[in-house]
Design a protein around this ligand. Structure first.
Ligand code: 6R9
Length: 649
């Protein structure tokens, strides 16, 4: 199973101790591990004091109906109140919540008092649209303040949101809106990307053709471009929201009230609606944001350079930082518009102290060269983080040296959409970091590496990463499919959470992540399932069969490589067919899912039970001698494919 890339990683022996000054003033010391170990439940009960409860909980965890958990049983709270109102009530209304920086350089500082007014207006607007507690609202938006406002307005009303990444296609919107039973969609006319407006509303309009249950589409005017308009269904945000009162008295909901659904790729084509609830999630994200980033809310300027449409944005742009009354940066654009130093210019401008981003971005910056960040003053930074995929030691070292000035600790944080919060990460004032290792589970989190038989491996061993005790921000189920929830996460090793990732423990017991053990790919930090892309390819009339694999890629982590068998009728289509197929995948799923290459092959390697052996295709895509093919139904297939590819060159 877990193929050893690990032999490279295990040569890594460098360690970086926390800078003494940071360690001396750190939010946490090693004592936190000991406290949590002694009384894990009591530990989480204590962390819950970070959150304001309208009614106190009577029990920290009810695990009697495992794998269904209830955290902070009987407690009542409102997530939006915790993110905004209470800070204004505490006299922090003038503190900046977001330094919003648009791609074109325009900027706006939004204080907690401003944010409160805007969230109340949006909540009042949603009420006018008939949104009630429990109704689902879809959000398909650019990276702009209204996106956060829309999310918090939903949270305020207890209407779970489902944010759909703005790069996704109409088909993806349609699937999610239908699966989640959405009646109201919030979107924008377009987004500013790479110096020009790109359209969003037409993508929503197309999806709406097959979503008759959607009553209203609320549209933020972002770019001012021409849009088609449906008078019955569409409303401008500035018409409806701006006229609303800036106050709204919120209700408080049960700790287990649903907060949001976030769709994530699974091993079968259908995306999974990961369900998060309110109390445990808020406790989990506020604690981890404070602990892992050593947050000093009155001093730090914090920046998660990620999209809100990804769980990282939900937990560490919106709910975690706001719950902690943080001043954050929010950036609308791409890292190379109008120049390749855009991020570093932003850090210099706002004196950012904490940066959190993905290895794929770091590898891109490496490709562009260290002379670019060197032109900017990055001395404000004191801590830098990484998330989304394994960070290879070279990228870690480059990041530490060129962005962190050889001084800032790097926190490599492992977690998933399902986890809701960071689970494995160094603590910056405690842990001596190793390039490429996410180190150890956070205080209060218990994880292990299991072998095939479900036995914990010893130090030095590799296997499957599992989480053996429940944690507060854990997913509660999959929307509308509880059986799939139980099967996907809790059946591989009964009673423990199966992450789907491979991991290795080194001689010190530190964790090294090895990527997915299933057929989910990770391209630039986006999870895409092979099955989903195969289904898209096969839905094209020219394609008889398709297999997709993720090949190691120095820049994006993995790249999508497709193998297709064409229908007889399509033979002779040549490059034209390949182009059509790439566009078709973009249309069906989104541009992010476009295969880098599509190889036309006469057949595919399959086992006797008909399963495609992707491992062998991966060998070809990564230009290796194919491994063991003895379980193939027809062993001549591999020769045929290789002869065919050689002939096509
Ligand atoms: C937060 C997020 C989850 C998958 C996860 C794993 C990979 C995330 C990682 C990492 C190695 C890290 N992953 N962080 N692998 N080291 N620090 O990314 O959520 O989009 O659900 O992806 O990402 O493979 O299983 P999500």
């Amino acid at each position: 199973m877990v193929e050893p890339e690990l032999s490279n990683l295990s040569h890594e022996t460098r360690t970086f101790a926390p800078p003494p000054e940071l360690a001396a003033n750190a939010n946490l010391t090693a004592q936190a591990y000991a406290d949590a170990k002694e009384d894990r439940i009591g530990f989480w009960g204590k962390q819950a004091e970070r959150i304001s409860w309208a009614e106190p909980f009577t029990e920290v965890l009810d695990w009697s109906d495992a794998p269904h958990s209830k955290w902070f049983v009987g407690g009542k709270l409102n997530a939006a109140y915790n993110c905004v109102d209470r800070h204004v009530e505490a006299g922090l209304g003038d503190r900046v919540a977001y330094h919003f920086e648009a791609e074109n350089g325009e900027s706006e500082d939004i204080t907690y008092a401003d944010l409160l007014g805007r969230v109340c207006q949006a909540a009042n607007a949603l009420i006018e649209l008939g949104v009630k507690t429990g109704d689902r609202v879809a959000i398909y938006m650019p990276m702009i303040p209204e996106t956060v406002v829309a999310m918090l307005a939903c949270a305020r009303l207890g209407a779970p949101h489902t944010v759909i990444f703005a790069g996704y296609s109409s088909q993806a919107i349609q699937d999610r809106v239908q699966d989640c039973g959405v009646e109201v969609v919030i979107t924008a006319d377009g987004a500013n990307r790479k110096g020009k407006p790109s359209a969003l509303k037409p993508t929503v309009d197309k999806a709406m053709e097959n979503c008759p249950a959607v009553r209203k589409v609320l549209v933020v005017c972002r770019t001012g471009q021409e849009v088609a308009w449906n008078d019955e269904r569409d409303l401008w945000w500035h018409d409806l929201v701006s006229k609303q009162p800036t106050t709204h008295k919120c209700e408080f909901f049960d700790a287990e009230h649903p907060l949001y659904v976030m769709y994530s790729s699974g091993t079968t084509g259908k995306p999974k609606g990961v369900l998060h609830t309110t109390g445990g999630y808020m406790v989990g994200v506020s604690y981890t944001h404070w602990a892992v980033f050593d947050l000093k809310a009155d001093k730090d300027v914090y920046w998660t350079a990620a999209d809100i449409g990804w769980v990282t944005g939900h937990s560490y742009i919106v709910y975690g930082p706001l719950a902690n009354a943080t001043t954050s940066v929010m950036y609308e654009g791409t890292p190379d518009t109008p120049h390749q130093g855009r991020w570093w210019e932003i850090i210099q401008k706002y004196k950012v102290t904490i940066l959190y981003c993905a290895p794929t971005a770091i590898r891109m910056f490496m490709k562009w060269g260290e002379q670019i960040p060197a032109k900017f003053d990055l001395s404000s930074l004191r801590l830098i983080g990484s998330v989304g995929e394994p960070i290879n030691p070279e990228a870690y070292m480059w990041y530490r040296k060129n962005i962190g000035n050889d001084r800032c600790p790097v926190v490599d944080t492992w977690w998933q959409t399902e986890n809701g919060m960071i689970l494995i990460s160094p603590l910056p004032g405690v842990t001596a970091g190793k390039p490429g290792s996410a180190m150890t589970p956070l205080p209060g989190v218990v994880a292990a590496v299991y072998d095939e038989a479900g036995k914990p491996v010893d130090k030095g061993g590799a296997g499957y990463l599992v989480v053996t005790e429940p944690w507060p921000a854990m997913l509660r189920s999959l929307w509308g499919d509880d059986d799939r929830y139980k099967n996907t996460y809790w059946s591989r090793f009964p009673g423990v959470y199966f992450s789907g990732d491979g991991a290795k423990l080194d001689e010190d017991g530190d964790f090294w992540l090895l990527g997915r053990v299933d057929d989910v790919m990770n391209v630039s930090g986006h999870r895409l399932s092979t099955t989903e892309i195969e289904s898209a390819l096969v839905s094209h009339p020219a394609v008889a069969e398709a297999a997709v694999v993720g090949a190691a890629d120095a820049l994006t982590g993995q790249s999508i490589e497709a193998f297709v068998i064409l229908r007889e009728s399509a033979h002779g289509g040549g490059e034209d067919v390949v182009k059509q197929l790439r566009d078709h995948v973009a249309d069906q799923i989104g541009a992010i899912a476009k295969p880098r290459s599509i190889m036309v092959v006469p057949d595919l390697p399959k086992t006797r039970s008909g399963k495609i052996m992707r491992r062998l295709l991966k060998d070809i895509a990564e230009k290796r001698e194919p491994g063991d093919s003895t379980t193939l139904a027809d062993s001549s297939v591999m020769d045929l494919i290789q002869a065919n590819l050689a002939g096509a060159k």
